[in-house]
Design a protein around this ligand. Structure first.
Ligand code: CP
Length: 300
């Protein structure tokens, strides 16, 4: 039976750790070309730098090929039904990576006969968090118990997925968002369920200073995601959650950002540049985590 990766917790925690272990091994140079003669479709309805390029390069390094599917050049742009597009693409491709609206990705998974990987929806970004967990393991070692991540800002798709990541992989997560910008309650309750086994301590609060107390990592993301228009009220509400020198004081803390960044908004440029090593390690690790994921979904 085919396996889809629409949500991070479509993997069991054991499978999640397997992906991380494989990613670490692949990064050290131990991998087979298990994608040889396999072709992956990249169906992106929204812009992407990291996700697109890391899949294209990762698949090539594993011996496979990617085809980038521009919707404007597909019959989908002329109204061909999604279920027909999904069934047609399944006849040629071995796996499809989809960046689109959440419902679109779920429908694609429902109708495609080959595995679907979610490459970001407005609800969740599971590939990102697999890469982030790989980064945490490299920074702090594989036992993430007691490692505290503070996420500051908009409770968006990345934040929803970090909640699941904490629940699955056992790191502590304190989310601080303004009132009305908190992450999804559904993702929070799934994370809390998972945390019963992993021991992760998870909270969602509204005070950024409290969230960063004892944190090993401060994580942030843009205030205006692809589904938001620029709005001054939103900017004003999120201002106190900016990752700034004044907020961090002299804490010995790592900074993470999934990118792209809007420096001066969610993070000060000076803080970003001082922590560029961590931030671009995160970007680098997207590729290795996805290579591990492909192994789980496709390797015989
Ligand atoms: N973080 C991330 O998904 O980046 P892209 O939007 O560039 O793919």
């Amino acid at each position: 039976m085919k396996r889809d990766f629409v949500e991070l917790d479509d993997l069991s925690p054991e499978e999640g750790w397997k992906v991380i272990d494989w990613a670490l091994g692949i990064k050290r140079g131990s991998f087979e070309e298990f994608m040889k003669k396999r072709v992956v479709g990249l169906y992106f309805r929204k812009p992407s730098t990291r996700t697109r390029v890391s899949f294209e390069v990762g698949v090539a390094k594993l011996g496979g090929t990617c085809i980038f599917l521009q919707e404007g050049s597909l019959q989908a742009s002329r109204g061909e039904e999604l279920r027909d597009t999904a069934r047609t693409l399944s006849e040629y491709l071995d796996l499809i990576v989809v960046r689109a609206e959440h419902q679109f990705v779920k429908e694609m998974a429902r109708w495609a006969k080959v595995p679907i990987i979610n490459a970001l929806t407005e609800m969740t970004h599971p590939c990102q968090v697999l890469g982030d967990v790989l980064t945490l393991c490299e920074l702090f070692g594989k036992d993430l118990k007691g490692v505290k991540v503070a996420y500051l800002g908009d409770g968006n798709n990345v934040c929803n997925t970090l909640l699941i990541g904490a629940g699955m992989f056992g790191f502590d997560l304190s989310v601080a968002s303004p009132k009305g910008y908190e992450p999804s309650e559904e993702y929070l309750s799934r994370a809390l369920r998972l945390s019963k086994s992993s021991g992760a301590r998870i909270e969602v609060i509204n005070d950024p200073k409290k969230a960063i107390e004892g944190a090993n990592v401060i994580y942030t993301d843009v205030w205006f995601s692809m589904n938001h228009s620029k709005d001054e009220n939103r900017r004003r509400d999120l201002e106190p959650f900016r990752v700034s020198e004044a907020l961090i004081e002299n804490r010995n803390v790592k900074i993470m950002h999934c990118l792209p960044a809007n420096k001066g908004e969610e993070i000060e440029e000076k803080v970003f540049e001082e922590h560029a090593d961590e931030i671009f390690l995160q970007a680098k690790n997207r590729m290795f985590a996805q290579m591990g994921l492909l192994k789980l979904l496709l390797a015989k």
